[in-house]
Structure formats: structure tokens, C-alpha cells
Design a protein around this ligand. Structure first.
Ligand code: ATP
Ligand code: MG
Length: 394
């Protein structure tokens, strides 16, 4: 069966009234964007509480489905056949043709679920259910009706035209990117931060990234790796800007002036402050990091309290309660894992203390920062920032 259309279902409880239109329009925009990137032309329209994507040329079915499965806000993708209303007898023929073509093996239980959107249609939905059930049983005697747990739920929606579908492919859920504000993701080269970005984007948030780069302690390859991670993420999050902040001077200043056990904590304080500045300048309402409670010394409750205390924007840490296993599974699913485990160093590992402080107090970290000209260092780092735009193609 070469399907020409997809019925796109979305479900987010609580999306009502004005928000509902915003949600639908954003979803239509995201679907149009995403389908532009594949071979084939599609028309995407919103019509009485439904979204349809209809192919207007040849296209690759699997590629289209894979693309739709990455669009947040989509609950289900239903490949569908749309037929003209040429009378009731013709509808029966069309439904039989659909069943015949889609199910080679007719050994299944089914139920017909008709809906009459067009109330002028001369037959009501109960009657359509019964009549279509009957013609299917007659034409394909191997089939059986099961109204409680059918293997095949055959949907027949009578609108101006008639939609026939029975295959429901789950989408990613969530909300369309752009419906819930914008966030600044602190993107390292590790496994966690791309997953953290994915999780926040899934809630409808547009992302921008910041990466701290300590050349020559970290190599150009490490930077390329981060840009590649960002590029992989764009398939879900849409195009993004990555701010690459030169971090070398700051790290050397910390190494030369601060007590070793506080190296990481002071460094993270700089990261947060710089990320916050860029976030505010670029209209982001929060910071997002990939921290995970207890994973390493800088991810204890005390360490995170100290790190968070130096900024006013909220810091979202969507992986905070996940196990490493779960994070890795998600990284594989979104396709960032292989790149994340490439062996290039991150600036965090450049000057790692032998005995990091795991239970710091704010006063201790303030004291550790005291010898530094923080404002000057931050201003120079901001000047030394390169903006790279990443998108899936090009
Ligand atoms: P990841 O797997 O994301 O690197 P991690 O487990 O290595 O995380 P840390 O090194 O403690 O943890 O970093 C915690 C978070 O700080 C990261 O998830 C990321 O959001 C941010 N971060 C760390 N290093 C950088 C960097 N060089 N540039 C931007 N953000 C960074
Ligand atoms: Mg890391």
C-alpha cells in the first residue's frame, strides 16, 4: 500500500482554549519544517481539530514516518487512505480494498469504528459499523469480529471526504518546540547534556547551547564533537545556535590562584555566570544542565547548591533522578551516544582536583574565588565567544 496521507494525532491534557491553537499551529509548522528535509513534497493542513500531512509527490514511507516520529507534540501517526464520498456502496468497496491491501494475512479479529463528522451523511455510525463489519466478514471469512479487544481497529471517519485507517504508530509525545519558551543548554561533549537538552525540548522548549572550550588543553576535535552532538540534536530540537566560549584564560587563572580542592566548583561557578549572561542576552528563561544526583563529586546536593547560588535564572536538571542506565538508553535512542563516547577530553577533565570538595559551603567557595578578577575574566570570555549555527542539513 502506498499511503498518500497521514493523520497526525496529538494529545496534551490541559492544552485548551487559546493555547490549543498555539499548540496546533506550532505543530503544523514543525511538521512542515521536518518534512521539507526529506525527498518528496507534502501539504500539511489543520482541519477541524486534526492535522493531515498529504504527499503531493513520490516519497519514501519509512523516511517520512521516522521523521514524524521525531516531532515533539505528535502522539500518533496514522497512515491513512482518503477517499471521495461516492455513495455508501462505493464506501463498502473502498473499505474492502483497504483491508485486502493492508492485511495480506486475514487471520485477525477486528472492529469497525465509524465516526460521522458530516452529520448529513445518510447512514449513522452504528449502522456503518454493522454494515462494514458484515461486508468484511463476508469477503474475508478468515476474519472475526471482536468488539472488546480487536487486533485491528478499523477507523472510518466520514467527513467531507472519508478517512480510512487502522495503523497507529506512536509518536514521541511532548509539546511542539517553540510553545514553551527558550532555554540555554550547557552542552559538554559527554553523554548527559545532550539527553538533558532532549528532555527539555520535548516539553516544547526551544534550545540554544553554550559550550566552554579550553584550547589547547582541549583540541579542535573536542569542539567538532560538541558541534556534531548539537547537529544530531537538531533533528528533534530544530536548528540551534551554539555559543563556543573561550575558557582557557579562566581555567589557567583558577589553576594559578585557587585552592586545588575547589577547582571544579569555581570553574562551574564561572560556567553558570557566563551561561546566564548569554541566556539573558538571547532571551532564554532558564539554564539546562545534565547533572545527576550523586554521579560525581560536583553533583552532590551541597555542590549543586553552591553552583546554583551564583545565578538568578532557574537551572533545570532533567536527569537529576535518572539512573545512568536510563540516560544511556535514551542517548542511544536519540542517536547521540556514539558521538558522546568518542574519546576527546572536556575542559572539566583538564585540571581535575585529586581530592575535590564534596560538601562545600558558599562561604568557602566565595573565599576560593576571592583572588580572581571574576568580572574581568567573564567579560573577556564573553568577547572571546564564537557563534556557530547548526542545522541538520548544511
Ligand atoms: P555530561 O555527560 O553532560 O558531560 P557529566 O556527567 O560529565 O555531564 P559534569 O562534568 O559534572 O557532568 O558536568 C555537568 C554539566 O555541566 C553537564 O551535563 C553540562 O550541562 C555542563 N558542562 C560540563 N562541561 C561543560 C562544557 N565544557 N561546556 C558546557 N557545559 C558543560
Ligand atoms: Mg562531562
Amino acid at each position: 500500500m502506498q499511503y498518500k496521507s497521514f493523520l497526525i494525532k496529538y494529545a496534551e491534557i490541559g492544552v485548551k482554549g487559546k493555547n490549543r491553537f498555539m499548540f496546533e499551529d506550532a505543530l503544523v509548522t514543525q511538521i512542515r519544517h521536518a518534512l521539507k528535509d526529506i525527498d518528496g513534497d507534502f501539504m500539511v493542513v489543520k482541519e477541524s481539530g486534526r492535522i493531515y500531512a498529504t504527499a503531493e509527490s513520490e516519497y519514501d514511507f519509512d523516511e517520512a514516518v521516522e521523521t514524524l516520529k521525531r516531532i515533539f507534540g505528535i502522539a500518533a501517526i496514522c497512515p491513512m487512505v482518503q477517499v471521495d464520498d461516492n455513495g455508501y456502496e462505493d464506501l463498502k468497496k473502498q473499505v474492502l480494498a483497504y483491508v485486502d491491501e493492508v492485511y495480506e494475512d486475514k487471520n485477525f479479529t477486528f472492529k469497525v469504528n465509524a465516526r460521522r463528522g458530516n452529520k448529513k451523511y445518510p447512514v449513522n455510525s452504528d449502522q456503518i459499523n454493522r454494515d462494514l463489519g458484515e461486508v468484511i466478514l463476508e469477503a474475508f471469512p478468515e476474519t472475526k469480529v471482536d468488539v472488546h479487544h480487536p487486533e485491528v481497529m478499523l477507523h472510518v471517519e466520514v467527513r467531507n471526504r472519508i478517512n480510512i485507517y487502522s495503523i497507529v504508530i506512536p509518536g514521541p509525545g511532548g509539546m511542539p518546540v517553540g510553545t514553551n519558551g527558550k532555554a540555554m543548554l550547557l552542552l559538554s561533549g559527554g553523554i548527559d547534556s545532550p539527553v538533558a537538552g532532549y528532555m527539555i525540548a520535548k516539553r516544547g522548549v526551544e534550545l540554544e547551547c553554550v559550550h566552554f572550550f579550553s584550547y589547547p588543553y582541549t583540541s579542535e576535535l573536542a569542539k567538532d564533537k560538541v558541534l556534531e552532538l548539537a547537529r544530531l540534536m537538531t533533528r528533534y530540537c530544530g536548528r540551534m545556535t551554539v555559543n563556543i566560549v573561550g575558557f582557557t584564560e579562566i581555567q589557567e587563572a583558577i589553576r594559578d590562584n585557587c585552592p586545588e580542592e575547589f577547582f571544579t566548583l569555581v570553574m562551574r561557578r564561572f560556567m553558570m555566570k557566563i551561561a546566564e549572561r548569554i541566556a539573558r542576552d538571547h532571551g532564554c528563561g532558564c539554564l539546562v544542565t545534565g547533572e545527576n544526583l550523586g554521579q560525581v563529586a560536583s553533583q552532590t546536593m551541597e555542590a549543586m547548591a553552591v553552583t546554583g547560588a551564583c545565578v538568578d535564572l532557574p537551572i533545570f536538571q532533567p536527569l537529576i533522578g535518572m539512573d545512568k542506565e536510563e540516560i544511556v538508553t535514551r542517548a542511544r535512542q536519540i542517536g547521540t551516544m556514539e558521538t558522546s563516547i568518542l574519546p576527546y577530553e572536556d575542559c572539566c577533565t583538564v585540571f581535575t582536583p585529586r581530592h575535590p570538595k564534596t560538601k562545600p559551603t558558599l562561604a568557602q567557595v566565595d573565599a576560593a574565588c576571592a583572588p580572581l578578577d571574576m568580572e574581568g575574566l567573564i567579560a573577556r570570555a564573553l568577547e572571546n565567544t564564537e557563534l556557530v549555527k547548526v542545522r541538520w542539513h548544511g
